[in-house]
Structure formats: structure tokens, C-alpha cells
Design a protein around this ligand. Structure first.
Ligand SMILES: [Zn+2]
Length: 369
């Protein structure tokens, strides 16, 4: 099935005249800090769901490990807008990213596909399939960004910046264009664009950090399956750029590109601590009617919620805490309990885990004298 979205059209609607001067050149205002991106081979492991029910998983897998063998441009400032490996299900079309189908698509590395090479899928004129079964739309004629196979997963800011848009691309039409959308401006004449979200966690004017959760992916707007549309655009409405730049043999057909914009020269995950909850339970050595429950997680600015669950399914809150620790829980003799701990970091990443179950001893029968 096709995933269709129209961010360029939205950009055209949202031209900002005030910032024209800023956008004439990519200002080197954002220095490249390679330490803000994880080194090749490192993964942000637990965010690695690859579900993509609406599309076949035939696209390139973005693992954060590849080397493009391209130098980063002096203005490189981006990390991937998600954590963990995910499929790329649609690429940026250098010929041309204008949502017009011209029968020809050009990838950042110079590879060209057309209706007669590799496709097309007869059911979808704008997608030129490259795989057996012709079911993926890795090449989507006129696409002006990258689609990633995120299935209702946290979306991360690709660079520090300020939120310019946090809401419906078309307020009166929730099935139009890119639906729930976030735009972040980065002070270098460019903005990053996150479309088809199911939830937005930031507000207009808010500053965000690299790797901060800005919302949850989804399929709002015009999309037939959940995915993230990620794009990089001139703030002044001059159009999209490909964050991969151009490494083809000839000149870049899309002449307003700005080179390889990934920190370190290849797409990497933001180097921010992610949570991973551990929970342990045990008997209190001083009181057999008390359970000792302990919780911890890596992360920064962690806020924990510890709940107890009874054997009949009841749930109650034991405590909230901003530190890892241990608490005492007094249950009923002979009853079984387990504990559920959630954590949220100061950048919005969350995790949860359960303890093993534990049964308190029953009443001891009275000994006959
Ligand atoms: Zn898209």
C-alpha cells in the first residue's frame, strides 16, 4: 500500500517572509559536535521495533551504523529522528522533490530508477518498486523527504532548536497533508519537519534539545500506514534539501542541496541516555509480612512510578520518586503480588518493566502447648 504525504505543499503555504535573509545561505551557526551523535556500531537498543504492517519491510534498514564515505558539510547538524534501527520506506527524489510524477527518481548516491527500471507497481503510479512483489515504495516520485517505518513510536528532535509548528498541518482537515506535524527551526536557516504524528509532546515556541521526544509517530493526515515523514526545508520557503546531500557522478539535479548534513557524515542516533528499568523484589529480613521492592534505570532526570499489582489484577500506586531506590510494601499474608515500574527521562524517553511475583507467607498455625 502506498504512503502518501505532501509536506512540500505545506511548506509553500507556510512561507515565512521575515526570515528570507537568513535562508539565503546555510549559516554555519551550528557547529558540528560529533560527540552528540553515537559512534558507528553503537545502537540505542530498546527502541528497535521494526513493525510496518502497511508496507513490506524491503527498504534499506537505517541502522545508524553505515558510513556514507562522504565528508560532512561544514553545516552538518543532524542526528536521526528516532532510536533503534528502522526501515527507510521512501527516499528523497533529487529529480525532483516537487510531488510531481515525472517517471524518474534520483537517489542521493546518483542511482536513478524509472517506470521502466525496477517498476512500476501497477497499483501505484508514483511508486517504482524495486523488490520482488513490487510492494514497497522506496522510490516515490517527487518525494521531498525520508519516510521511516516507525509504528507509533517516539520521535526525536534531530537537532536542538525551537518549535515553530506543533499541530495540524491543515487545522480544518485532519486527513489532509501531513496531519499532526511538528516543525523545529535550528537557527541556521533550516527547519526539520516531522509529519503524520499521532501525538505531539511539545508546544510552539518551546526550545528542544537534540534527541528530545517531540511526539509519537502515527498515520494522521494523508497516509495509509503509520510512518514518520522526516524532511529538512529552508525556513524561508525555498524548498526541501536532502540531508544526505549528493554523491552522484554528475551535478546534483536538485541544486539547492547543502551537502551531507549528518553529524559525522553519516546518519547516527543522538547520544542521549535512554531508560531501561530494572525491578527487584524480596522478603524484608526484619518483617516477613513486608515485601522489599527496588527499582533503577539509566537516564537523566528520571521520574519513576512504582505500582503494585495484586493476584486478582488490582493495581495501586505505591509511590512516585525521582530517584532509584527501595521501598517497603506491606501486603496480606498468603497473597501474591508483583510490581510495575515506569520511568520517564527529562528528554521524554520512557520505559517500563515488571518485577517477578512474590507470595507472602500465610499465617502460621498455632502450636499446641
Ligand atoms: Zn514522506
Amino acid at each position: 500500500m502506498a504512503v502518501i504525504d505532501w509536506p512540500l505543499a505545506v511548506r509553500v503555504i507556510r512561507i515565512s517572509f521575515v526570515l528570507v535573509a537568513l535562508g539565503l545561505q546555510l549559516v554555519a551557526a551550528a557547529p558540528a559536535h560529533a560527540g552528540q551523535a553515537l559512534a558507528p556500531g553503537q545502537r540505542q537498543g530498546q527502541y528497535s521495533r521494526w513493525f510496518y504492517p502497511s508496507q513490506m519491510p524491503y527498504g534499506a534498514l537505517e541502522t545508524g551504523n553505515a558510513n556514507l564515505h562522504e565528508p560532512a558539510s561544514s553545516g552538518a547538524f543532524l542526528t536521526l529522528p528516532f532510536m533503534g534501527a528502522h526501515y527507510i520506506t521512501s527516499l528523497f527524489d533529487h529529480c525532483y522533490p516537487d510531488y510531481q510524477a515525472n517517471g524518474r527518481l534520483c537517489r542521493w548516491d546518483g542511482r536513478v530508477v524509472s517506470k521502466t527500471v525496477g517498476g512500476p507497481d501497477p497499483g501505484f503510479d508514483w511508486g517504482y518498486a524495486q523488490t520482488p512483489g513490487q510492494h514497497d515504495y522506496l522510490y516515490y516520485d517527487g518525494h521531498d523527504g525520508y519516510d521511516f517505518g516507525l509504528y507509533y513510536e517516539s520521535v526525536a528532535a534531530a537537532a536542538p532548536g525551537r518549535v515553530k509548528l506543533a499541530g495540524w498541518a491543515v487545522p480544518s482537515c485532519h486527513s489532509c497533508l501531513s496531519g499532526l506535524t511538528v516543525e523545529i527551526v535550528h537557527g541556521n536557516g533550516l527547519l526539520t519537519y516531522y509529519g503524520h504524528l499521532s501525538r505531539i509532546d511539545v508546544a510552539v515556541g518551546q526550545s528542544v534539545q537534540r534527541g528530545q521526544v517531540i511526539g509519537l509517530s502515527g498515520m494522521t493526515g494523508t497516509a495509509t500506514g503509520p510512518h514518520l515523514h522526516f524532511g529538512v526545508y529552508y525556513e524561508n520557503g525555498r524548498g526541501p534539501v536532502d540531508p544526505f546531500g549528493w554523491a552522484g557522478g554528475g551535478p546534483d539535479p536538485w541544486s539547492t542541496d547543502l551537502g551531507d548534513l549528518w553529524l559525522g557524515g553519516s546518519p547516527r542516533f543522538a547520544n542521549v541516555p535512554l531508560p531501561q528499568v530494572g525491578v527487584a523484589v524480596g522478603r524484608d529480613p526484619l518483617d516477613p509480612t513486608v515485601i522489599s521492592v527496588s527499582w533503577h534505570s539509566p537516564g537523566a532526570g528520571n521520574v519513576y512510578e512504582v505500582q503494585f499489582v495484586t493476584q486478582d489484577g488490582g493495581v495501586g500506586e505505591l509511590l512516585r520518586s525521582n530517584i532509584a531506590g527501595t521501598a517497603r510494601f506491606a501486603g496480606e499474608p498468603g497473597k501474591t503480588y508483583w510490581f510495575w515500574v515506569t520511568v520517564r527521562t527529562n528528554l521524554g524517553w520512557s520505559d517500563a518493566n515488571s518485577s517477578p511475583s512474590i507470595t507472602l507467607p500465610g499465617f502460621e498455625p498455632k502450636q499446641a502447648q
